[in-house]
Design a binder for this molecule. Sequence first.
Ligand SMILES: *Cc1c(COP(=O)(O)O)cnc(C)c1O
Length: 366
Amino acid sequence: MNQLINPVAYAEINLAAVRHNLAKVRSHAPQAKIMAVVKANAYGHGLLRIAQALGDADAFAVARLDEGLRLRQAGIKHRIVVLQGFTDANELRQLIDYQMETIVHSSHQVDLLEGGEADYILPVWLKIDTGMNRLGFKAKDVDSMYRRLKQCRLVNPAINFVTHLASADDTSNVFTAQQIQSFNETLAPYPCTNQGERSIGNSAGILAWQDAISDWVRPGIMLYGISPFSDSTGLDLGLKPVMSLHSRLIAVKPVQKGESVGYGNSWVCHKDTTIGIIAIGYGDGYPRYAKPGTPIVLNGQRVPLVGRVSMDMITVDLAAQVSAKPGDKVTLWGDGLAVEEIARYADTIPYTLVCGITRRVHFRSI
Ligand SMILES: *Cc1c(COP(=O)(O)O)cnc(C)c1O
């Protein structure tokens, strides 16, 4: 096998931090079971390494069937819930073959279930749309769908119920309380003795809305040490960052007052300074729209981004670090520099940053 040269841009994935964050979920919802959300390659952190680190979770949730297949093929034996479920008979067959569980959110799916064969009793999660208006049944349709599912030979009769909150990260928004109330009212006719279980809260629900904690919680972003709220960081919430993105300085050069740096000549030096060139760019998933002033940690100290982010490089002002030299290590986010802060400078949410790391970046677990 080829010996790789030392990778330039790399993401360190701290598995002890993931486990710490899972324990944090447990402390917020001690009575609940935890469906750890590992969709989108575990929010960009690496599906299998994260699933293996989260062996203590009670189940995994993925968005799509193929993500669940990867878990099964890697030998993961946990319950796996497919949040988008299936859209045709072939996908339904695979759900059954790989012993997964499905959200049921449309009558199209119920039609397919009615036509299915019963060699595995498929657990289902009936999704109720309490206001997100994405997937799920409106309250008025729940009863007929529930009855139809109860009649399906291949469906586990202990039907579970789930809903998803639209604005739980906005802690003053009454919409969340209304969604929770609507979920509970819709389900009032179904005694818990039907053995089915219920699930409401994502990370923001778990952290900010006590009533969103029911039989099961579905944390995603908080497992990765990231706050779901715009006014706090994961550290503020007792979480530990899981991904640290690193690269290195590859050149240092003096630039004179009045000269511009980078594409579009958009940033102009207002006094003589030294510019550092770092090997990271949007081709790695560093955000193209990060504004000048976005912090980068170099040799333990912050330096500001200047000029536009290019595909392979960014530029920083080294006025505060004149002794920096090519080869010095850089942190773009993670340990010592919250990804939440970078997201604010790039007018986005931290979810998009961690999900957006590209294949050029090397991953290593620590
Ligand atoms: C992504 C997702 C979650 C997890 O949300 P976070 O905000 O990352 O905690 C939970 N439930 C559903 C249905 C989801 O799609």
